[in-house]
Ligand binder design. Structure first.
Ligand code: PMP
Length: 403
């Protein structure tokens, strides 16, 4: 017997209007979100007892099932137990959290780093701390990740948005922001829905000219962009011109959590100002140990990033040969443009039934009528997996009149 009060008073009408299309989608068996997988995030996983080729996972380097990562996590559980049961400034900091901050700083060649419990929160923490009053302005690309958007909404500073990758607009906004004491440009290194890159070389040049600081979200580039995998800042050779690098531990290093790498004072300031650091329980030590191990492997097992790029190029080439529109993707984030929401959902269902999972992205994750599949390629996929997936995409694309 349920022991719960009914829908909170006054909400019923709103909920039923909002939920109607979702319920209808479920009724028609078109609901494509949160399929409950029964295996790890490798090139192959399981769904309803069947093998599925995983084409949307951020496990870019395939480290989530690495035996050394798993061993490090298990060993740490034995010593530290399951959780820290507290926030960083009180009981929630262990030697491992400190070690991870040092490791992140060393990795990004910065003086210091701050570790928080999610990449989402790292963006909130950095942006709300740095744009904390009306003397600050945050200048940002229109396609930035929602964690940046939410950070801006929470921050006290003013917000200016420039058209995606339009450097003339950025220049114009900077020119009109002279009155602000603190100007912070925030961009994704790799745009998480389109898979294209920020024009970081031009952005840092404009920032220098106008006396602005630059923050880059390296969520989809950590470990595989740039000559040694240090992200889009390294790719463009501008590491020393970027003031704040943000990254998440939930993708290439296959754990969870987020970090901000910067100079010592900025990090110290964020730790003592940001609500995400102060008022949130810290990461479980086992997670931290897994991330530390994965960072080592990311540096030593360099074949992983080579494999990732090999797979990315193979899949991209195949899609283009089939006639799919992959927008301007230049990364393992590969959008496959479909347009109509319902068609995209029907195709997702069909593909999943045939053993290929590619996530659907519809509004509000992408603009209205710009529905797409959002593939993210990993090093765990084999050539055969990719070719099978391309073959299924060929049949499905023809059946639905997309290619
Ligand atoms: N920034 C970007 C660009 C992202 O794509 C994501 C996650 N999708 C985040 C930040 C948030 O990271 P996390 O999921 O680790 O909280």
């Amino acid at each position: 017997m349920l022991k719960t009060a009914p829908v909170p008073l006054g909400f019923a009408e709103e909920f039923s209007a909002f939920l109607a299309p979702i319920k209808e989608g479920k009724r028609q068996d078109l609901y494509v979100f949160e399929p409950p997988f029964e295996g790890p995030q490798d090139g192959n996983t399981e769904y309803r007892g069947q093998r599925v080729i995983m084409l949307t996972s951020n496990n870019y380097l395939g480290l989530s099932t690495h035996p050394e990562v798993i061993r490090a996590m298990k060993d740490t559980l034995d010593v530290y137990g399951s959780g820290t049961c507290g926030a960083r400034l009180h009981n929630g900091t262990t030697l491992l959290h400190k070690r991870l901050e040092e490791r992140v700083a060393e990795y990004f060649h910065t003086e210091d780093a701050v570790v928080v419990s999610a990449g989402y929160m790292a963006n909130l923490a950095a942006i709300t701390s740095l744009a904390s009053d009306e003397k600050s302005v945050i200048i940002t690309d229109q396609l930035n990740h929602m964690s940046i958007v939410d950070g801006m909404e929470m921050a006290k500073g003013q917000v200016r948005i420039f058209e995606h990758n339009n450097m003339e607009k950025l220049d114009y906004i900077l020119g009109r922001s002279e009155s602000f004491k603190k100007k912070l440009i925030v961009v994704d290194g790799v745009y998480s829905m389109d898979g294209d890159l920020a024009k970081l070389d031009e952005i840092v040049r404009l920032a220098e000219r106008h006396g602005a600081s630059v923050m880059v979200d390296e969520a989809h580039s950590l470990g595989f962009f740039g000559p040694t995998g240090r992200g889009v800042s390294e790719h463009f050779g501008v590491e020393d011109k970027v003031h704040i690098k943000m990254a998440t531990f939930s993708k290439s290093v296959a754990g969870v959590g987020g970090c901000i790498a910067s100079d010592r004072d900025t990090c110290e300031y964020i730790k003592h100002v940001s609500h995400q650091y102060i008022f949130n329980a810290s990461l479980p030590p086992s997670i931290v140990a897994g991330v530390l191990k994965a960072m080592d492997l990311m540096e030593t097992e360099t074949w992983r990033r080579e494999k990732l790029w090999h797979n990315t190029l193979r899949f991209r080439r195949g899609l283009m040969e089939l006639g799919y529109d992959i927008l301007d993707s230049l990364s393992p984030v590969i959008p496959i443009f479909i347009g109509d929401d319902l068609t995209t959902m029907r195709m997702t269902k069909k593909l999943l039934a045939q053993g290929v999972y590619i996530a659907t992205a519809i509004f509000p994750a992408v603009p209205m009528n710009k529905a797409r599949f959002r593939a993210t390629i990993t090093a765990s996929l084999s050539d055969e997996d990719i070719d099978i997936a391309l073959d299924k995409l060929k049949q499905c694309g023809k059946e639905f009149g997309i290619i």
